[in-house]
Ligand binder design. Structure first.
Ligand code: MSP
Length: 646
């Protein structure tokens, strides 16, 4: 590996199920980084593929009456197709059922064997086929693996063991000498703590599974699927074959991008296997967060999995790519909701990007006959562009792609702001007098958009290209070096045809359309969560907004008038908390304090405290108000204090 090579990998995907947005996320992010580094002039190798062996696939295939390879062939096509429509720029796609991969697995095991790190024994314990993991007794509750949530089964079989325990100290040394080898920091600490807790030897073969790579020189066993799968990162480079030139050129990987659930396999097992085999270790493992659906875990059994097909078909691949990259702070969890998707679509894509571009381009068409004007002295957009480029580079290098996008959107907003301020339509009316200012604002806008197109390129490659065509930048290099310099749009060049990059959608209508596409039960977790759009067009709020208000039943225990006030009454209310709540309410003109004691009321319990005539109020009670005359709301029956109101 040289300084200028960049090898990036995604996990290889199980072929027991069709892809959902969680799978797509890792690949889209890896693609963005691969493109980013190519644009910096590096020699990039980007690998993805499928994990086809093991008990999980064997079982799924049997359940569908298929041979494992038949199931794999079917699902692999789905992945290949999806990567094509999503514009994923991988250089290689590895399937673990390929011979080149089996050769790599055989070779790594031979090397581990030669180091004396393999011995034969009996495995007696739990196995979780869902996660393809051997599970310690302490992690099994009610027949389930507490980590993955999948059911476990008892195994008792002959097995090859890897001396993982011998690698505790070398692994800890590696982590400490390479504080960036696991990112983000929280995951690094998590792995460190896990390894400090001690490592047990790992079973690395199975006899009760037949779908896998035969264990070298012991064909009754197949290789444990994680040892098999992890080796894809080097078998795809020709490790174990006659031609290892790609291995020599690209290994060790710059980065393995994975979800947080498979961190241990990549940060503990994989480096230990590599150490044992005498091979260099990857530079970084990045563990990204988990996509939820409307704040609930996505799972097939809940039926709330977000499939990408319709979103891509309806909004285009780049809209989905953008949303995934922008919505999730890289490394943390995020929740997918239709309304969040649609709102970002309208606000960020249709409006900030699409509208700004079509304003600049159509005004150039109208006021300057479609010709790129003369560049005058660079103004505020040039400044914003240079800040956006710097921000993009800084954040991408720090693995903060969501922030890199934010930096670009600041540039778009600067362009829009400048157009608004300069009013090209008014300048155009001034004839020669307004000409220089008109040219300046439109040149800057077009050039700013050209630079923005370079910054969105890693995330939205096809939209970036269309944007360049519109602003007349075809033929100008696309890179993150000299192409980001100001002033490359040539005076007199022709702009392209004006077209809406992202036509705005009607959020309410589209919510319905998307809901119809959902798998049955998509909103099962919170069936009341019918997600209305935010108060954008029609004053409606979403159920999420409503859910922020904590309404509970309370019982008034004490009540007295606030001195010198006709209306205010101070109440001490039982909300089933450790102390009574003090609430001041303007109901004294209608209710005598003594009549209030013992009454059940409904209280907004999470209101910020306020002072009314110097008396603190920690909540608000609900009352109907007819011409300012309050009518207290009470539950119908004898509901206990603290009960939630919905
Ligand atoms: N086959 C293993 C990986 C072997 S790599 C040597 C595997 N496959 S998987 O298909 O189950 O998952 C692949 C990737 O998708 C993982 O990185 C996982 O974290 C990611 N995701 C699956 N569901 C996800 C979400 N809901 N959210 C984000 N990513 C998630 O594990």
């Amino acid at each position: 590996m040289s300084e200028n090579t960049y090898y990036i990998t995604t996990p290889i995907y199980y072929v027991n199920d069709m892809p959902h947005i969680g799978h797509i996320y890792t690949t889209v992010m890896a693609d963005a980084f691969a493109r980013y580094h190519r644009m910096q002039g590096r020699t990039v190798r980007f690998l993805t593929g499928t994990d086809e062996h093991g008990q999980k696939i064997q079982k799924s295939a049997a359940a569908q009456g298929l041979q494992p390879i038949e199931l794999a062939d079917k699902v692999v096509e789905r992945y290949r197709h999806l990567w094509e429509v999503l514009n994923i720029s991988h250089d290689d796609f590895i399937r673990t059922s390929e011979d080149r991969h089996k050769a790599g697995v055989t070779e790594i095991i031979k090397r581990i064997m030669a180091s004396g790190d393999l011995y034969k024994g009996d495995y007696e314990g739990w196995y979780c086929a869902g996660a393809e993991a051997f599970v310690p007794d302490s992690q099994v509750v009610d027949g389930k693996d507490t980590e993955s949530g999948y059911p476990v089964e008892r195994l008792s079989e002959s097995s090859w063991f890897f001396k993982l325990s011998a690698y505790q100290a070398p692994l800890l040394e590696w982590y400490k000498a390479n504080p960036d080898c696991i990112q983000p920091k929280s995951r690094y600490n998590e792995v460190l703590r896990f390894v400090e807790g001690g490592l047990r030897d790992l079973s690395v073969s199975r006899t009760s599974v037949s779908w896998g790579v035969p264990f070298p020189d012991d064909a009754d066993h197949v290789v444990y699927v994680w040892l098999d799968a992890l080796t894809n990162y080097i078998s795809a480079l020709g490790f174990g074959s006659d031609d290892a030139s790609a291995f020599d050129q690209f290994w060790p990987a710059q980065i393995h991008m994975v979800g947080k659930d498979i961190l241990r396999f990549h940060c503990v097992y994989w480096p230990a296997f590599l150490m044992s085999a005498g091979l260099p270790l990857p530079k970084t493992v990045f563990g990204h967060g988990w996509w939820m659906r409307d704040d609930a875990k996505m799972s097939k059994s809940l039926g709330n999995v977000v499939r990408p097909d319709y979103l891509i078909e309806r909004f285009g691949p780049d809209a989905l790519r953008y949303f995934l990259a922008r919505e999730m702070a890289f490394g943390l969890d995020a929740s997918f909701s239709d309304v969040a998707f649609l709102e970002r679509f309208n606000a960020d894509l249709a409006n900030a990007l699409g509208n700004t571009a079509s304003r600049a381009v159509s005004m150039t068409e109208r006021f300057l006959a479609g010709k790129i004007p003369k560049a005058h002295t660079p103004g505020p957009i040039a400044q914003a562009a240079s800040e956006a480029v710097a921000g993009h580079l800084r954040h991408m290098d720090k693995m903060e792609p969501h922030r890199a996008l934010e930096a670009t959107w600041r540039l778009l907003s600067a362009i829009n702001g400048r157009i608004q301020e300069q009013q090209p339509w008014a300048l155009a009316k001034q004839g020669d007098e307004g000409r220089a200012a008109l040219e300046a604002v439109l040149y800057e806008s077009l050039e700013g958009l050209r630079i923005a197109s370079l910054l969105i390129e890693p995330f939205m490659p096809s939209i970036a290209e269309r944007l360049r065509t519109q602003v007349g930048a075809t033929g100008i290099p696309v890179n993150l070096g000299d192409a980001t310099h100001w002033g490359l749009l040539p005076e007199g060049g022709s702009i392209g045809k004006v077209e809406a990059l992202f036509p705005r959608v009607d959020v309410k209508k589209m919510m319905k359309e998307l809901a119809q596409r959902d798998e049955p039960g998509a909103h099962a977790k919170e069936s009341s969560k019918s997600e209305e759009p935010e108060a954008e067009d029609d004053g409606l709020i979403s159920i999420d907004d409503f859910a922020k208000v904590r309404l509970v039943v309370g019982i008034v225990k004490e009540a007295e008038r606030v001195p010198k006030s006709k209306k205010l009454v101070k109440l001490m209310v039982d909300l089933a908390e450790t102390e009574l709540r003090q609430i001041v309410a303007g109901i004294g003109a209608k209710y005598a304090p003594e009549d209030l004691v013992g009454r059940r009321i409904v209280v907004v319990a999470n209101l910020k405290p306020a002072k009314l005539m110097g008396v603190e109020s920690n909540g608000m009670l609900l009352a109907a108000s007819l011409d300012g005359d309050p009518d207290l709301l009470s539950p119908d029956g004898e509901v206990p204090p603290g009960t939630g109101v919905r």
